[in-house]
Write a protein that binds this ligand. Sequence first.
Ligand SMILES: [Zn+2]
Length: 377
Amino acid sequence: MSIAPSLMTVTSRITAQAASPEHPANGVERGFVDLQDVVLAAHRLDALAARWPERKLLNVAVLRALLLLVQREPGQAEEGFDAWAIAAAVGTVIGRKWATGDTRDEISAKVRDQWQRLTSQTWPKKEEGIHQHFRDSGLNLVPTLSREEGGGQGNPTRYRFRLQHLPESDAGGTEQDEVGTVASAVSGRAPEQDVPGRDARVTYICEDVEDASWLARSFAQGFQLAGWRRLALRSAFILGILTVALMALLIPLTVVTTRSPGDIANAVFSAVVFGYAFWSTLGTLLMLHRWRIALAPWWMQSVDDDRLVEWRCPPRHADKSIKAVRYAARCPLCGGKVVACSGGMRHSWRIVGRCEEAPAAHVFAFDHVLREGNRLL
Ligand SMILES: [Zn+2]
């Protein structure tokens, strides 16, 4: 399906032809990206960033400032923008002046600092969701950020926003989209048959877990199963299992030694309480290598109870880790937000996608590998 080689950096054409509106975005086929695509991509990404929980952070403001500049002067995107242009645009984004009154060196240091945070902290967390968003909107291009160190007086450091063809592993989306189109075409052809929206299908997008507690934060960032972390998790499991086993052992011991029904009841009760406490705290994580995805335990949840834990390992992922995630989609029936959560009584032991507008009626299957699901009735 993909025409251009994967991971090929695509350069925006700053030619007279690209600048003229009579030549629309057919440049993609030749491995080039039109300026219109660059503007569209910057606009889309800005709309996404405006909804991130981190949108108040300065490094996101720096990103949005760059996107603003790209939309204003797409021809300049390839070459990049200098720190002073970005600092001035940050003022527009946050609605108050930023880094004014500082010397040029101070301004460029501030921008560099925020850029560092953006590319090392915020962007890696968002990248997967951004890729998926772009893929699902039918573009086979994804945005990338880069910085070119300047040297000398007339050659300042430049910050760039570019479009790149989707990596091969992500490119499965085109097929999925086709299936989606076919499904809707089928449902469009036979509207008189059975329930409306029966063939409705959702495509999930992986979102990060926001404002996690300190304990859950390392899982929100992906808990690498290596080194001390692996050891810590294993120790917690062993400690928990030993405690529960000890409590269970107390039951026959009490039966033999005291023979008092009250003490025996106490021993049973405490064994049950410890067992339940262990299971609800660590049980999911203990079973995760087999289940692959499950509802996150209570201490990772927030009010909505829609956090999941995912077992990630090669070859699908670079390394072995446990990651707390959220999967969301747009409801094809009403446009509401579909969130992957517990299947409840009706779909017990399953994770399903429920529409926030109609949680009992608009229910979809959830497949975390394909990230899609048909309507469940
Ligand atoms: Zn709905």
